[in-house]
Design a protein around this ligand. Structure first.
Ligand code: DQA
Length: 142
């Protein structure tokens, strides 16, 4: 995903990850949400950042890229979080090759947004923030 903009633009569009992240930051500011954005090509590094921040975050938006289809370690790391998680795909994985139709993440995420190009990320942000605000009980009174 770090090569978005250059990588198969007929499938993933011409927008770079930097530009998507800029739009996410803008939208988060409008929604009054703080975002920690992280990209890695390594499954272990993704798990490390998820575990390191698991106590500080209220939700996750993740495009697991090809790990979607076989990344069982990442799946298990997400499964243990117990917070709203949106699985994001730029392309519609169900309209592509058969092997992309299976997501090992699907059973542990709150929901998927797939096929809305770069907008998938913004839709996911909206969904996760709304979900957090709806399901999080107000802080307990002393
Ligand atoms: C993707 C879909 C995956 O199948 C693929 O391996 C990707 C990107 C998407 O955003 O459409 O790297 O997650």
């Amino acid at each position: 995903l770090n090569t978005l903009g250059e990588r198969e633009p007929e499938i993933y569009g011409s927008m770079t990850l930097e530009e998507i992240n800029r739009r996410l930051m803008e939208k988060a500011a409008k929604l009054g949400a703080d975002l920690l954005i992280f990209q890695s090509n390594s499954e272990g590094e993704l798990i490390d950042i998820i575990q390191k921040n698991s106590k500080e975050v209220d939700g996750v938006i993740i495009n697991p890229a090809a790990l979607t289809h076989y990344g069982l370690s990442l799946r298990d790391a997400l499964a243990s979080l117990g917070i709203p998680i949106a699985e994001v795909h730029i392309s519609n994985i169900y309209a592509r090759e058969d092997w992309r139709h299976e997501s090992v993440m699907a059973s542990v995420v709150t929901g998927q947004i797939s096929g809305f190009s770069w907008r998938s990320y913004l839709l996911a942000l909206e969904g996760v923030v709304e979900q957090i605000r709806e399901v999080s009980p107000p802080p307990e009174m002393p």
